[in-house]
Ligand binder design. Structure first.
Ligand code: BYC
Length: 471
């Protein structure tokens, strides 16, 4: 399972046996590097960063740490080990051997899923590209870059599938991944949350907590795919995704811890006056990031999702552990619906409700971290509780898209919403305030005033470790 680093593109897919594919990828590689130079992290080309690089896909080999220049990072193609005799776990082909090649009749659907997944990866790098200039510490700078190089590698994973299995239109789709850009009015990224700005580090931590968690749930569903190369790609991507969510949860937690500390030490209810970020503003950021991420699951009822499931292309979260027939022809699932002025739960076809079920799993998981953040506040003796807003709050996709809700779930008129939305979502002044705190701290071991140090260093390195070397 070890990866051949002598090759231009490190891989565990025997790339050298397929000269045509290798040449196609070697052609795409310079375009990728050019994209990284232009739209990847700014002013980072010469930095030496303490990065984790996968040198094999087994449990010991994928976490190899060393200082590397990011343009020299070995973005490669790694699939989790094949499972002998794997069969399709759901849908109309349940029990049949997993496909090693694209089933011709499902080509368009499969390509669409892979393109949508792939598109998010470079999008996030583009969204985060300026953050390095205002890092709160070298530890955080290193984590940002780790996340960025791995998103780059996840793009490679999807591009490999397109090149290896979809011929000419796969190659065209791979090129288009580098042509759409986050927030570009003419050629935006496919999913809306990937066109938003990530203007400061609080946004970055919220992004890695909430948006990367959508990644976890979508990748887990694709890891169940009957198309085995996709399943194996996503399984390996998930090992990396865990660190991104760790960065998010601990990042937000450290901001909260520092705010509480500043409030206590200075005996003040106004942490802004002593250089911290108030809990009310943190709540606004949660409201924004969580609500745009709920949209990433699609509509409550989706025939697309039903089709993907029935065809065996995209399953549910931990599909094989669910105790049902995995076909769902007669099953139902509760979905929210607007009846007059109220939200009611109605039973719908479980097949059409696949997106909703995944969103429900995501909501439960999102709450866990919020509970841990609240414990930090409680332990500091401060009377404040962070919450996830109502599922209808600030939504643009699905049942709630045409309605306005307050965070506590009250239906609002358009005028009420317009009057009050600035209380609930970050507005220009909020972003401007956070921006005043965003000053780079690049001395080893030092932290910006608005965030607490991490509990532990990366790979057990000491507090003052030089995670990033400026050449
Ligand atoms: N924005 O039938 P519906 C990650 C469209 S994150 C814009 O309900 P479906 C990462 C939809 O395309 C994980 N458009 O949708 C995280 C459809 O269009 P058409 C990314 C949207 O297809 C951090 C129409 O609305 N992976 O990895 O069932 C950093 C009707 O919708 C949106 C995936 O998403 C939206 N939010 O479900 C880095 C997995 N939502 O047909 C990386 C692959 C829906 O009318 N994607 N629409 O033209 C999918 O499985 C599905 O495409 C979706 C949507 C779950 C996204």
């Amino acid at each position: 399972m070890s990866i051949d680093y002598a090759e231009k593109i490190p891989n565990n897919v025997n790339l050298s046996d397929n000269r045509r594919l290798q040449r196609a990828l070697e052609k795409w590689q310079p375009a990728y590097l050019e994209w990284w130079r232009e739209l990847g992290p700014v002013e980072s080309q010469n930095l030496e960063v303490y990065l984790r690089t996968a040198i094999s896909v087994d449990s010991k080999g994928w976490a190899h740490f060393d200082h590397v220049r990011m343009p020299d990072y070995r973005w490669g193609i790694f699939l989790a080990p094949a499972e002998e005799g794997r069969t399709i776990g759901f849908g109309q082909h349940k029990g049949e051997p997993a496909w090693q090649d694209v089933p011709g009749e499902y080509r368009a659907e499969l390509r669409r899923l892979i393109v949508t997944q792939g598109d998010t990866e470079p999008a996030s790098v583009e969204q985060q590209r300026r953050l390095g200039q205002t890092c709160p510490s070298l530890y955080d700078l290193r984590n940002l870059f780790q996340v960025n190089v791995e998103e780059g590698r996840h793009l490679w994973a999807m591009v490999y599938l397109l090149h290896a299995h979809f011929g000419r239109d796969g190659r065209e789709e791979a090129d288009a991944m580098l042509e759409r850009h986050a927030g570009d009015p003419d050629r935006p990224r496919i999913l809306q949350a990937f066109n938003e700005k990530t203007p400061d580090w609080l946004s970055f931590f919220m992004f890695t907590y909430f948006q990367d968690r959508d990644g976890k749930y979508q990748l887990s569903s694709l890891a169940e795919s009957g198309f085995d190369p996709l399943a194996r790609s996503c399984r390996f991507m998930l090992t990396e995704e865990a660190h991104h969510m760790f960065v998010g949860e601990t990042g937000v937690g450290r901001v909260i811890a520092r705010t509480c500390q500043l409030m206590r030490e200075n005996k003040t209810d106004d942490p802004r006056s002593v250089g911290g970020i108030d809990l009310q503003l943190i709540q606004k950021y949660i409201n924004f990031h969580y609500s745009i991420c709920l949209d990433l699951f699609g509509a409550e009822l989706s025939t697309n999702a039903a089709t993907y499931f029935t065809q065996g292309l995209k399953g549910r979260f931990l599909e094989t552990r669910i105790d049902d027939d995995h076909v769902l022809a007669d099953a139902s699932y509760p979905v929210p619906e607007m009846k007059g002025d109220s939200v009611v739960m109605t039973d719908a076809s479980a097949l059409n409700a696949i997106n909703e079920r995944l969103r429900a799993d995501y909501i439960t998981d999102s709450q866990r971290g919020v509970d841990r953040w609240n414990k930090i506040i409680r332990d500091a003796g401060i009377d404040f509780v962070l919450t996830l807003p109502h599922v209808g709050f600030n939504r643009s996709i699905g049942t709630f898209a045409d309605f306005h809700f307050s965070p506590d779930g009250k239906l609002l008129t358009e005028a009420e919403w317009m009057n009050r939305r600035a209380q609930w979502l970050p507005v220009d002044e909020d972003y401007a305030f956070v921006q005043t705190l965003m000053r780079p701290v690049t001395e080893p071991g030092k932290m910006a005033n608005w965030i607490a140090p991490p509990a532990r260093g990366i790979n057990n390195q000491p507090q003052d470790f030089e995670y990033v070397r400026f050449g």
